[in-house]
Design a binder for this molecule. Structure first.
Ligand code: IVH
Length: 710
């Protein structure tokens, strides 16, 4: 047989393709190890990219041959001209927000309840400015910087090591002693306001467009393909957290920061330890008062529980730790003219009025659109086209219209008439009505949002669903963003999600053409196909989230993946749950955080044939991985557990979090499928039902013994 590695992809037969995929999997793995593990690559990026490209192309031609250990299922190199991907050893988290003093008090209250501390127990917090830059993770092995990465989606970021090495606040080797063998330092890369002003002067003198704000300048500088450009940009870095760490040399957040400082990092000098709520709020006021004088942009104060053993127990929800929160400064405001109102039709058919504004600078960002929320809001605020309006922008939230300046209302303003038909498809619009039982009485409430009744015949809804499908927390296909999806939809290249995965085959069969489209070329199309093929294997929670079922966000999708484990089990349950009184429906409603309404929407979604068709067509193209149980050998893996009654030693919240971390599924109601009921004093009907069904019942001691915490 001819050496298959030289045969062009189009000419490979099945046996040769299989052999090639085997060889490529082995070789790419070897080079990944050289690059990531040892920081000593033996081939250049172009050769590496070519191997990955070939692997993707063969898989595109022979989807049935995709190996379980295929490099396309792992992160690694990105297409040429982009950054290589790096998986974070521990996810990079984001923060929950607090907007009022009361929210901060609530945060401390939640921490106390979760840890079952006394109501007046002191919870020491560190407080430091929240810097408006971009986060980065720096991996040190034996004291040497080996990888520096962006946050990306929190799990996988981009390898920008060469650029970060040019930042003078980032040590190449750790100073001092006592550092762990493996240490990932996390913090914020940012540009000082003064440096930003200078940089913009230089940009303008060179005839280049100035940056809008220091954050954009920092982000643009860090993502340069040529590190010498980054080196010429005045970037700075503050360390504030960590990822993987081989030994844990500290017991508190404060000690960690002191150690980081000793190892050569800049730590924010405004960091304080606050022993009580009053101290925490006082420090917020101090920082807020100094904000304008500070040489970098900040948008709030971050509080972190100081004790690391508490941080560990508190854990996280989705991607935000329970042990930290960001108290944001009040939103920035500005006044401008409302030029027009347009309607945006969302993927679920919701009609959202959007204000087109005379562009205005709000806290460093040029704003030309703001949401008006819904028809009632327009009426309530008496917003008319031509009005002078106050808008506000808080962080990365969509700007909103706060109020109309009625005293300055110009002549000739026009009242806005909310459309009775969908502007995208012409179908009539209506408001949902919900029945609710209040004290035995049925009430009907009307939803505030108008919706297009066109369903999937409405192009705006279809394109909205596609845009959601490729979005970052869903399929996240590189090079296929919202813009490209719209382009392909309008050109008739994709109608439904599965069409994305048949693009390459259709191009190769000569049915469609992308290369000749404006803005596309050989390389970008090849890169696109690689990126698409890299998503032929997908996690179950991402898959469910991508479907865009109303009310099913990331948390809901995760809850479903956790409880059903496999896509097939989930789909089977959705069929069974069509019957309102079925066990499957009751079980679904019982999952913590689900409830009747959401369960109803979910079941209805899968009752629709066209939705089931979308899923089936996708299943022919992608492999949905079973949900990975966090700890596979615990006595709780896969068990369904219900907590009832009170507990002495552990809060319900912590018990639930522990159970989930050990691979159990926590439910709010007892059914024949329940495995364990943990019943404390005061348990009532659930205990009775469990006893009747012969389900294992544990008291708190039994529970603690089971999880090894007694
Ligand atoms: S702590 C586990 N501390 O805010 C918590 N984040 O909204 C990890 N940020 O992605 C973050 N200043 O980019 C932390 N002093 C600070 C921060 C800070 C800015 C950013 C960071 C993070 C985002 C979360």
């Amino acid at each position: 047989m001819q050496d298959s590695s030289r045969i062009p992809v189009e000419d490979l037969d099945e046996a040769e393709a299989r052999a090639e995929l085997h060889r490529l999997a082995r070789e790419i793995k070897f080079h990944d190890q050289r690059y990531h593990g040892e920081d000593a690559p033996v081939i250049d990026d172009a050769a590496y990219d070519a191997m990955r490209g070939r692997n993707g192309a063969i898989e595109g031609r022979f989807p049935n041959l995709v190996r379980d250990d295929s490099p396309s299922k792992r992160v690694g190199a990105a297409p040429a001209g982009k950054f290589r991907k790096v998986a974070h050893a521990r996810p990079m988290l984001s923060l929950d927000n607090a907007f009022t003093d009361g929210d901060v008090a609530d945060f401390i209250g939640r921490v106390r309840r979760f840890l079952k501390l006394k109501e007046d127990a002191s919870v020491a917090l560190t407080a430091e400015p929240k810097i408006d830059g971009l986060s980065a993770s720096l991996r040190y092995e034996r004291g040497r910087l080996v990888v520096g990465a962006t946050r990306g989606d929190g799990r996988v970021g981009e390898d920008i090591t060469a650029n970060l090495r040019t930042v003078s606040d980032i040590p190449e080797r750790l100073h001092g002693k006592g550092w762990p063998q493996v240490l990932e330092v996390r913090g914020e890369v940012f540009m000082a306001k003064s440096d930003f002003a200078l940089l913009n002067e230089v940009q303008e003198a060179a005839g280049k467009a100035p940056f809008a704000n220091p954050r954009n300048a920092a982000a643009g500088s860090v993502r340069q393909l040529d590190p010498s450009i980054t080196a010429a940009r005045p970037l700075r870095f503050f360390a504030y957290s960590w990822g993987e760490i081989s030994e844990m040399p500290f017991e508190t957040q404060q000690e960690a920061m002191e150690s980081f400082s000793g190892w050569g990092f800049a730590v924010n000098p405004q960091t304080r330890l606050c022993l009580a709520l009053d101290d925490a709020l006082a420090h917020y006021r101090t920082i807020e008062a100094e904000r304008a004088e500070m040489d970098y942009d900040i948008d709030g104060v971050v509080y972190k529980v100081n004790r690391l053993d508490w941080q560990e127990r508190l854990g996280m929800v989705l991607r935000t730790p329970r042990w930290a929160t960001a108290y944001k400064f009040p939103a920035e405001k500005a006044t401008t003219v409302l030029l027009d109102i347009e309607i945006q039709v969302g993927r679920t058919g919701s009609l959202t009025p959007v204000a087109r504004l005379e562009p205005v600078n709000v806290g460093g960002v040029l704003v030309s659109n703001a949401t008006l929320h819904n028809a009632d809001e327009i009426a309530r605020k008496d917003v008319r086209i031509g009005d002078i309006v106050t808008i506000q922008r808080a962080g990365d939230v969509i700007p909103q219209i706060l109020a109309v300046d009625l005293r300055k209302r110009p002549k000739g303003t026009r009242a806005y008439v909310f459309p009775g038909k969908c502007p995208a498809c012409g179908a009539h619009v209506e408001r949902d009505r919900y029945k609710t039982e209040v004290g035995g009485e049925t009430r009907v409430t009307t939803d505030i949002v108008y919706r297009c009744t066109g369903g999937l015949t409405c192009p705006a809804q279809r394109v909205g669903r596609l845009r959601h499908f490729v979005s970052r927390d869903a399929f996240d296909i590189e090079g296929l963003g919202r813009k490209q999806v719209e382009e392909f939809f309008e050109a008739g290249l994709i109608h439904s999600p599965a069409d994305i995965f048949t693009l390459q085959a259709r191009v190769e069969a000569g049915e469609i053409n992308i290369v000749e489209r404006e803005g596309w070329g050989e390389t970008s199309v090849a890169n696109l196909f690689d990126a698409i093929n890299a998503r032929r294997a997908i996690a179950m929670d991402r898959f469910l989230f991508a479907l865009g079922v109303r009310h099913i966000g990331q948390a809901g999708a995760r809850l479903l993946a956790l409880n059903y484990v496999s896509l097939q089990a989930f789909l089977d349950a959705m069929v069974e749950a069509r019957e309102e009184k079925s066990d499957a429906r009751l079980e679904l409603i019982g999952f913590e955080g689900m409830g009747k309404k959401v369960a109803g929407t979910l079941v209805d979604f899968f009752r629709e044939e066209h939705n089931r068709d979308v899923v089936a067509a996708l299943q022919a193209q992608v492999t949905v991985a079973d949900f990975e149980q966090p700890e596979s050998d615990s006595p709780l893996t896969g068990k369904r557990i219900v907590f009832t009654g009170s507990m002495e030693k552990m809060s319900r919240g912590e018990a639930k979090a522990r159970a989930e971390a050990l691979g159990a599924r926590v439910s709010g109601s007892v059914s024949a499928r329940t495995d364990i009921l943990v019943a404390g004093p005061g348990a009532g009907s659930k205990l009775k039902k469990a006893t009747e069904l012969g389900i294992q019942v544990l008291d708190e001691e039994g529970w603690l013994a089971l999880i090894g915490a007694d």
